[in-house]
Design a protein around this ligand. Structure first.
Ligand SMILES: [Fe+2]
Ligand SMILES: [Fe+2]
Length: 219
């Protein structure tokens, strides 16, 4: 069975992976490096394990989480769906079972807030893990005057934490925002659709989604 380790060690996948971050860098877009891929991968696994899903399902979520943004190697727009097709070719070559490939590619093809839906437990875990990975280190630009609102909001996030409470069936995102850089209003201006999708994803997992910003509850 194909594991996350096999995917990480695959030289072809790794080449596209590195090119993705390099191409996005040329556009000054938010960082999509190993750290984002690993965070989404680890959290996707953690969510499903904490909620008692089978080990293999958590492993597939970790694979989908690791590869979810690889479609950016072709274009930022529609990178979810394009990435799903790319990943299909990788996993087919690696001999993954078609049922499992279907699960992984549908999760990747559904992670973008504009066109995605939480269609499975794995897809839901990837959506939540991706949407909550907002923080200062992801801003590539150094000159504050060139920041977009998205850059500013990311930059304002000093600390973020994803908590899963299986007993209460609750998934919580806790953010610490430097309000001198971005207001809570600005955060919602940029991230409202993401939070709405995360809430739908949590409900797919039979959980409520809560959002705390500077210890005040917003969702
Ligand atoms: Fe993405
Ligand atoms: Fe992402």
């Amino acid at each position: 069975m194909v594991t996350l380790e096999d995917v990480k060690k695959d030289p072809e996948i790794d080449t596209y992976f590195q090119k993705t971050n390099a191409f996005l860098g040329k556009m000054g877009a938010i960082v999509h490096d190993y750290s984002h891929a690993n965070t989404v991968s680890d959290n996707s696994r953690r969510i499903l394990e904490a909620l008692g899903y089978p080990k293999r399902e958590a492993e597939l979520a970790a694979i989908a989480g690791y590869l979810h943004d690889i479609g950016n190697v072709i274009n930022r727009y529609d990178h979810g769906r394009v990435g799903a097709v790319l990943v299909f070719t990788f996993l087919l070559r690696m001999g993954m079972d078609p049922e499992e490939i279907a699960t992984v590619v549908s999760a990747i093809g559904n992670h973008e807030e504009k066109t995605g839906s939480p269609i499975s437990s794995i897809g839901a875990a990837v959506i939540i893990s991706d949407k909550v990975d907002v923080h200062r280190a992801r801003v590539r630009k150094k000159d504050f005057s060139t920041f977009t609102t998205r850059d500013r909001v990311n930059y304002a996030v000093e600390h973020g934490e994803l908590k899963i409470d299986p007993a209460e069936r609750r998934i919580t995102m806790e953010l610490n925002i430097d309000l001198s850089i971005s207001s809570v209003m600005e955060y919602f201006e940029i991230f409202l659709t993401r939070m709405v999708l995360s809430r739908r994803a949590a409900s797919q997992l039979g959980c409520n989604f809560e959002l705390y910003i500077n210890e005040a509850r917003f969702l």
